[in-house]
Write a protein that binds this ligand. Sequence first.
Ligand code: AMO
Length: 423
Amino acid sequence: MQENEEMGKTGIVYRIKKLKGFSFLHIIVDGKIIQAIFEGELPDAIKEQSAVAFTGIARKAQIKDKLIFPNDLELKITSLEALSTPSEIFPFDITKKELNINNSVLFDLRALSMRHPKIKAIFKIQEAIVIGFRSYLHRQGFSEIRTPKIVKAGAEGGANIFELNYFGSKAFLAQSPQFYKEFCCGVFQKVFEVGPVFRAEKHNTNRHINEYTSLDMEMGPIKSFFEIMKTEEEILKEIMATIEAQCSYELNLLEITLPQIKEIPVLKFSEAKEMVFKEYSIDERQEPDLSPLEESKICEFIKKKTGSDFVFVTHYPTVKRPFYAKESLHNREETESFDLLFRGIEITTGGQRIHEYHELIEKMQYRGMNVEEFTFFSNAHKYGLPPHGGFGMGLERLTQKIIGLDNIKEATMFPRDVTRLFP
Ligand code: AMO
């Protein structure tokens, strides 16, 4: 919209403020809110949430409201017609600056609550994350793949797998695209997928949901898993640049400062544990994984020391990693793997995988797995897979932490938890 421009558009009326002889309208046009002035009596069919067709002329506006885009212009309406009229008024006021409703209403009435500009902004930023992820990998020659979500076996182990009855036989919902992205490495070498994964989390926490979107990549041949970390660092830089370029309106509305990424610091798992003990007197050194408290302390320490919001932790213990993770040559107790922590929580797991057939079979046998059951997987190794690795990043956790939301569910359009299966 430019000054003196005549425009004819359709939109949704977001807010109406009636004054003597005229009305202020906020109309959502192409996803952004513009301000319009309508002189005279507003027709009855024009209500908040009415769809409208209108024409008007742009002129200078007196207001400076960051909700309005562009915020120095308004439209003097010359014709206005209702295309639809809601039967009821909204159950809560979405024209308020802050929505201020409790989480159960927020999620029960998601189709309505997402219409609040600040809630909608979360998902515009999330969209930019995915665009940045895709565009970086496409540019680097990665192929985008699609893998099945109904599977015969889970890849990640553990009890958090959904079982289902598949025409009388047992099947599962995929915990990750792990097996398939490894297969595709043997086909395309460099692949990625943006897709849903399922985790039967039995507890409600602010960092777990039962269906989330995984940003997965896998590449080969590689010489070391540090190449994967470097690629993730470049991807994150592009993600931040994409948000910056596409979401200035949303960043301003939500008052967000994006993290600066230079070189992401790297700590070994054992060093990280020791540091937490030394700096914070928290002794969980015997545990083969990082607790949420340790993750938050590691981030706090790194932020203080280096200014970075991100930190890679490498060489997780073999016992805590899935069977496909490659053990370090010099120490079989640890893996060639990493997690990426961001503002207090893990957002990514990745690493190098076992690519040698005999090594894989030996590992499965050692873990007491049914080797036959995984022939569909090990066959790829038998006939030759390049040394490869990759990572899986949780889209909702990344969104949550970029925006500074308390609960991951706020970064999920239609969250699923132990008790929530609708809308
Ligand atoms: P992992 O199981 O660690 O690794 O998952 C990778 C990332 O997914 C996110 N995540 C979750 N987000 C929301 N709710 C959950 N319940 C949930 N569980 C996990 C986290 C986590 O870091 N196949 C490997 C990845 C790989 O090595 O390529 C995997 O799935 O952000």
